[in-house]
Design a protein around this ligand. Structure first.
Ligand code: DC
Length: 226
């Protein structure tokens, strides 16, 4: 299936780690009554599978094969892998770091491509990730590249971790974000970068509600000019 054949409109929201994409994409999807794809969760699920099944993370064809076989179920707020609730497990920092490492493999990205495109169902899809507007949904009706300066993102990530009851070393969180940004941006396969037709939105000094409102304004404006 080519993305050009997809019948439902897509809003692609890409951006670096902890830019708030997930929260914003979820709220936009809820507001429009659309489906939601958290593509990072698929990479995290692949990383979790690598750890759980003791797969050599350097054996990329084995990683990709395991990813193709994943039995995933997304429910309202929960994610199940082979009927196990892994919602919290895949949010752990070491899982995110491994996800970022294996995500540089073209063979894994290819293995996850159709699974992501299958989320595009009427009435529409809000897709959040790194390459939604560039690779997975290049014909998306609206592409937003959500950025925030690294200090703001580190503060948000630290707060998230504290809310989960985890001890937080803010300088480690900052260093980790910078490392992950570099890895996601510098990789050859589907690097993190705005699509030429993406609208850049800086949320450093915006609340979540203001950021969601800004995306909805872009969508309505785009509808008027469609
Ligand atoms: O959005 P996230 O932090 O949950 O994603 C985890 C990792 O997965 C991220 O560091 C890079 C990778 N990823 C990707 O390469 N492409 C995507 N579309 C989404 C995530």
């Amino acid at each position: 299936m080519k993305t050009g054949d997809l019948m439902a409109p897509v809003i692609a929201i890409d951006g670096p780690t902890a830019s708030g994409k997930g929260t914003v994409a979820t709220a936009v999807a809820r507001e429009l009554g659309w489906h939601m794809l958290d593509s990072g969760a698929l990479y995290r699920l692949a990383a979790w599978t690598v750890l759980d099944q003791n797969i050599d993370a350097n054996d990329l064809s084995a990683v990709a094969m395991a990813a193709r076989r994943m039995d995933i179920r997304f429910e309202e707020q929960a994610i199940y892998l082979a009927n196990q609730d892994v919602t919290r497990l895949i949010r752990q920092e070491h899982v995110g770091n491994l996800a970022s490492r294996i995500a540089s493999a073209a063979v894994l990205r290819e293995a996850l491509l159709e699974r992501q495109r299958a989320f595009c169902q009427p009435p529409g899809l809000v897709a959040d990730g790194r390459d939604m507007g560039t690779v997975v949904f290049p014909h998306a009706a609206l592409k937003v590249f959500l950025v925030a300066d690294v200090q703001a993102r580190a503060a948000r990530r630290a707060q998230q971790l504290r809310q989960r009851g985890q001890a937080v070393d803010e300088s480690a969180v900052l260093a980790d974000l910078k490392e992950r940004d570099a890895r996601d941006t510098d990789r050859v396969a589907a690097p993190l970068k705005p699509a030429p037709d993406a609208h850049q939105l800086d949320s450093s000094r915006l609340t979540v509600d203001e950021t969601v409102a800004a995306v909805l304004v872009m969508w309505r404006r785009q509808q008027r000019h469609a």
